[in-house]
Design a protein around this ligand. Structure first.
Ligand SMILES: *Cc1c(COP(=O)(O)O)cnc(C)c1O
Length: 437
């Protein structure tokens, strides 16, 4: 490597000491070393020191929407670095955190007025669940002893901490391994697939009746709106979200929308809830919040929820991460939101959607392919068998693209800055990876 670091030595040390996400120790697959990243591209170095620059088809898991080393983001962080990086948030505040909270309130669906800054998506989900349970304990102390469950549909993913795990799909979340450890929640069948498929009235009634019948033990319904991400990359008709909104409102249950993957334009709307024209009581954001620069997430809530909790018998929310309101992360988020709002992100996402639809169509007729779907800047090829991740990754890299398939899925959510030509290159790589995997 240019800076003299020995790639072979690092990769060997990585294998000996470093645990990777959803992996064994040592890793079950091959891990690649990133030397540098700029725009939509990553430079990967092999153990022998050979370097290869590839397009990032994953946006580092939904996050790097503006690409890497964006001058505006780099500069915002450098500027904040020259003031201070972090100060505690108990009893102190800082400009980047206040500005960010104001922005989130003004851009999010109506009624979300208050912001709890968390340090990762999973923590934002924990905070959302705690808020919901504590809300009922505060406003209806008599009934609330029983109102402690979350209700969700299957196929979801909400993070990896124990509380978040409890509302992940029981099968892909491996609940059997965690019996008696994660809380038992109320699961409904998964939403019928397809963003533009007609509404299934039987499923809509099932949602309505489940909320009505279990309102006495359910504090909140928590779902990912429109796109279920890591639980299977499935899309559903936004009308089901309206059904949930109406039923929860009618029966005294809160609605939590987890927009950690879908937020900030990815599905073609700023927030996926806008496809349904609804606003939740509590909303979680993360992933693309800092443009992929740093770990930061937030839980937004309505005044009803905030005041309910704050006027209860225990009038505080007992949660406060050490790095809450981190000024560097908040300054990155402010720069990222500024870039997003001053750009024509809607046109960029639509352009990527068109390119993916066109490019992935080739996979449709292939044997082994169960489904091809595109929504916003998300493209998915689902196979009828588990992907051979190693072979699929190699096939994509041979076409100059980094992908990270899982389960039976080869999928992409590129940075919004990719050109039309790069979108077709990514789509070709997805098709090739699906054929190889
Ligand atoms: C990634 C994700 C999370 C968890 O976020 P982390 O930052 O990885 O803890 C929660 N919910 C959804 C929908 C996600 O996609």
């Amino acid at each position: 490597m240019r800076n003299g670091v020995d790639a072979g030595r690092l990769l060997a040390a990585d294998r000996a000491a470093v645990w990777h996400p959803y992996d064994s120790m040592p890793s079950r697959g091959r891990v690649r070393l990133v030397e540098s990243a700029a725009g939509g591209r990553l430079s990967l170095v092999g153990p022998e020191g050979s370097s290869d620059t590839v397009l990032d088809g994953m946006s580092s898991w939904w996050a790097a929407i503006h690409g890497y080393r964006h001058p505006v983001l780099d500069q915002a962080i450098s500027f904040q670095l020259g003031r201070f990086s972090h100060v505690m948030f108990g009893g102190l505040t800082n400009e980047p955190a206040v500005v960010l909270s104001e922005s989130l309130v003004s851009m999010s669906p109506d009624g979300l007025e208050h912001v709890f800054l968390a340090d990762s998506g999973s923590v934002a989900v924990e905070v959302a669940m705690k808020l919901a349970i504590q809300y009922w304990r505060s406003v209806r102390p008599k009934e609330a002893a029983k109102k402690t469950r979350m209700m969700t549909w299957r196929g979801g993913y909400h993070g990896d901490t124990l509380g978040a795990m409890s509302v992940c799909d029981p099968e892909s979340g491996m609940h059997s391994l965690w019996t008696d450890v994660v809380s038992e929640q109320v699961f409904l069948p998964p939403p019928p697939p397809g963003f533009s498929e007609p509404v299934d009235p039987a499923y809509a009634s099932l949602l309505r009746e489940a909320v009505r019948d279990q309102a006495d033990r359910v504090a909140a319904v928590i779902v990912e709106p429109v796109v279920q991400g890591a639980g299977g990359m499935r899309f559903h008709n936004p009308a089901y979200l309206r059904v949930l909104r109406e039923a929860t409102e009618q029966h005294g249950v809160l609605l939590i929308l987890d927009e950690i993957a879908t937020g900030f334009g990815r599905t073609g709307r700023m927030f996926a809830a806008e496809h349904a024209g609804i606003a939740p009581d509590i909303m979680c954001v993360g992933k693309a919040l800092t443009g992929g620069y740093m770990s930061l997430a937030a839980t937004l809530c309505s005044t009803q929820v905030a005041h309910g909790v704050s006027n209860g018998e225990v009038p505080i929310l007992a949660h406060g991460p050490t790095f809450m309101g981190n000024a560097l992360a908040c300054s990155a988020a402010n720069a990222s939101l500024g870039l997003l709002l001053s750009s024509d992100w809607g046109a960029a996402v639509e352009r990527i959607q068109g390119g993916l639809q066109q490019g992935l169509a080739a996979a449709r007729a292939r044997s082994g392919v169960a489904d091809v779907r595109v929504l916003g800047a998300i493209g998915v090829v689902q196979l009828d068998h588990p992907v051979d991740v190693g072979a699929a990754t190699e096939a994509a890299l041979a076409r100059g693209v980094w992908l990270r398939p899982f389960g039976d899925l080869v999928y992409t959510m590129p940075p919004y800055v990719v050109t039309d030509q790069e979108v077709s290159q990514i789509a070709e790589a997805v098709v090739a990876a699906a054929a190889a995997g």
